[in-house]
Design a protein around this ligand. Structure first.
Ligand SMILES: [Zn+2]
Length: 369
């Protein structure tokens, strides 16, 4: 299969931060028998034909009616084994995207799956489902909060067939609560037109946009907090400070911080951990840091301090810069969600599931390399 069109679609959307951050999002191209999908751990902005994994569609189709075990771990392991067995010969050393079975559901050639902050302002909004029905009447399928992987594919399969029965056509826009969007079409032109249509409808409803204008804090104190936090994070830890008007307002009090009190989407957990540390007492940083680590079982990636902003921590500069992007994404979603009924986080149960999910751990590990 010629992948030129797929590579171009991936690079174009992947290099636009309004659509894709870090290793997020994925794309695919298919015919009746084969599908080429982004490999796990690759990045859309820079992906080449080598980054895609060839899949046998008949085997992926069979997975949707397979009889898997009931338990989470057992079912995920069994479906993962089948997904690996569905790779075409010559692709045995590559791992397909975690969303492969979902891509395979759409009877369209090209699929674009992204997690844009604006779209997630809607999917992470209390009234997201209701407002989506007003903005895109009869044009989309809404997928309620779900576990990722195979279970999500089953749910989408059911909702896509309900849509087809009701509308007499195949769905091309799929909105996933606390996650992102799928666009399906046979041509690149149609993908672009559908994506822009959704963005335009969302912008038409937007009240406030984030205020990322410059803000200042005590630079000397900020430097010493950076050094302290880097050392607390790990022996070779790195730290950076994000400070702008929006972030300063969010860290002004524990109440103001509540939009960031839990994760919006799986990406935030993967790159910034499930929870951020918030404190109004930077002079007690070592104590607060230890309390957080004891409670959660991990060191914070993001430490928000009243009057300063958000300190982003990591093992390498790349690690810090990726987490910075995803933290800013969470801030944007928090603000955009105001236009869609106010912030709606993932449930603690789902956050726990993602934090422990083997495939996400793999994605994060590859992206760090
Ligand atoms: Zn996704």
């Amino acid at each position: 299969m010629n992948l030129t069109e797929l590579v171009k679609l991936s690079n174009d959307y992947g290099s636009n931060e309004d659509y894709v951050l870090a290793g997020g999002g994925n794309t695919s191209l298919k015919d009746d028998s084969e599908m080429y999908i982004k490999g796990s751990g690759t990045t859309l902005a820079t992906i080449t034909a080598d980054g895609f994994v060839g899949m046998d569609r008949a085997k992926l189709n069979a997975m949707m009616t397979a009889d898997y075990p009931q338990g989470d771990k057992e079912r995920e392991a069994a479906s993962l084994a089948d997904m690996m067995a569905a790779r075409l010969p010559g692709f045995e050393d590559k791992r397909p995207s975690v969303e492969t079975t979902l891509h395979n559901l759409f009877p369209f050639r090209l699929i674009l799956h992204v997690h844009p902050a604006l779209v997630n302002g809607l999917t992470c909004g209390q009234d997201g489902e209701k407002i989506a029905a007003e903005l895109l009447p009869g044009e989309h399928v809404w997928i309620p909060l779900s576990r990722p992987g195979y279970v999500l594919s089953l749910l989408c399969r059911e909702k896509l067939s309900e849509y087809k029965a009701a509308q007499g056509k195949e769905a091309q826009i799929l909105l996933l609560q606390n996650h992102g969007i799928f666009i399906a079409a046979d041509t690149r032109e149609e993908i672009d037109a559908l994506m822009e249509h959704v963005m335009e409808r969302l912008r038409s409803r937007l009240g406030r946009t984030p205020d990322f204008s410059a803000a200042s804090c005590d630079a000397g104190k900020a430097e010493s907090l950076k050094r302290e936090l880097a050392a607390l994070y790990s022996p070779n830890g790195k730290a950076d400070l994000l400070c702008n008007q929006e972030i300063l307002s969010l860290v002004a009090s524990r109440h103001a911080f509540s939009p960031l009190s839990a994760a919006f989407t799986p990406d935030h957990i993967v790159y910034c951990k499930a929870e951020f540390l918030y404190t109004e007492s930077p002079e007690l940083m070592d104590v607060k840091f230890k309390e957080f680590t004891d409670k959660t079982g991990y060191a914070p990636k993001v430490v928000c301090v009243k009057g300063f902003g958000a300190f982003i921590l990591g093992d390498t500069d790349k690690d810090v810069s990726t987490s910075k992007m995803l933290f800013l994404d969470a801030v944007k979603i928090a603000v955009y969600s105001e236009s869609f009924g106010g912030p709606l986080h993932m449930t603690p149960e789902l956050i726990d599931f993602i934090a422990n999910w083997e495939m996400e751990a793999y994605r994060q590990k590859v992206n760090k390399e």
